[in-house]
Design a protein around this ligand. Sequence first.
Ligand code: ADP
Length: 545
Amino acid sequence: MAARIDALMMDYPLTLTHFFERSRRLFPKKTIATRVPGRPLFRYTYADFAERTMRLAAALRALGVKKGDRVATFAWNSHRHLELYWAVPLIGGVLHTLNIRLSRDDLAYIVNHAGDSVVFADASLWAALEGLRDRIPTVRRFVIMPDTPDAAVPPGLAEYEDLLAGTAPITSWPELAETDASGMCYTSGTTGHPKGVVYTHRAVFLHCLAQAMTDSFGLSERDVIFHMVPMFHANSWCVPYTGVMVGATHVLAGPNPQPRDICEIVQSEKVTVCGGVPTVWIAVKELVEHDGYDISSLRCIPIGGSAAPRSLIELYDKKFGASMTHAWGMTEMTPLGTLSRLKSYMLDWPEDRQYAVRARCGYPSVGVDVRIVDDDGRELPWDGQSMGELQVRGPWVVGAYYDNPESAARFTADGWFRTGDVATIDAEGYVQITDRTKDLIKSGGEWISSVDVENLIMAHPKVLEAAVIAVPHPKWVERPLACVVPRPGERIERAEIIEFLRPKLARWALPDEVVLIDAVPKTSVGKFDKKVLRERFKDWTPREA
Ligand code: ADP
């Protein structure tokens, strides 16, 4: 019998402590900046960041934060928020990033459900939290962060800078297990309450390594990263961790950033990487075209959260020299799932075919297994045609929702997470999200992808935004209704849209009607909010079909 092999590699824990200490040593001169309205950017170095993070860690201890305690943030993107991103998990706490745009009821529910003990809030956002104080009894302390130049600290509350000034830096980090919780984020529930996802050090560690790979975001020490994705949206796409891990230069978006702030900062700071949801890039496009900003320093714009229109990817390439990379992910996946990079042999393909690939959601990141299954749970082929529920598994995929009895229904018997997205996968492994299950339109016996139709409409030169929803129909069950926002100064007729779509869509997939609206309603993280549109048009009377 062969001897048992017991001479193995070290059992070294995959914790964020390693990344922090390494970057503190290697990149002390690199800089981190925050946008302050009406003032030049606030800048400091990684050395400052590290020192302050170590003070914050000691201060958190002094506030009584112990291993496993939830520490919440209610804040815009800033260097202070970044300090919290690191200090909380490094002392064994769990960073809970609250979405500042949620309703009061949802916020109260989430804070209580998570059992947050301390909340760090931006001064400019305090008014939104103050009224909740009586409803969130688990919170022992509030700390106010001075995010704007005129920020005032409400009487009786601790101030972040005072806290740091009055505390000496921590001298050593606690030993953590890689399976310890590091953070948590709630995803918006379509029915019922939002659900909590708890990240572990190991999940974030491995996700950072994968995200930095050349064929992923390709993050490097040479990058200038603009953090525009809210730090409360899906772990801020993990970039606050990966970006510090690689030693990149950082600019954080500060309070209430507007599309013009993005244009100005990208141009002046020569930003190379900046992620965002499609609606943001649609707004930025208008300004860049109109006012001639130079955003060509952007070598990688990770775009996702909802489907990126192909026309947008093409336009950014051709007009702005800025390259978009379409990605798909979820809060439940830390969040990276797939990313659309061309394979080397595709570079010889005709342009049209290349863009068709880049407009898909991409192939799975290393570390992520994907499959599509039919209603009976049978796996479907990767043929680009078969459409089924997308299921995933991997070291940074949620294993269970936090304290949620309904959690089990989202997992299959053989241990895969059911994403709730409907997708195809082609023979090259590129995933295409057809729709969220609830957004698919069932017309007669056919499924219509609302995403496909709206992305085609958004390729029309007079269209700014378009969302396609299902409206009830007596004969066909549901029919597509296109809600279209014209570009500023443009007039557009229904027939123009329909004629534009006619050669590109099957007859039954053509929207029955086009309504012009002022703006597509957005969710708390800037995605098209079709729930609101469905409600608005629920009594829509269909034309005779
Ligand atoms: P929320 O549920 O609040 O929108 P998430 O950002 O976690 O929060 O949402 C993840 C979902 O967003 C995915 O399940 C998918 O439906 C959608 N999504 C993310 N990226 C893409 C993409 N590139 N194309 C289409 N849908 C996407």
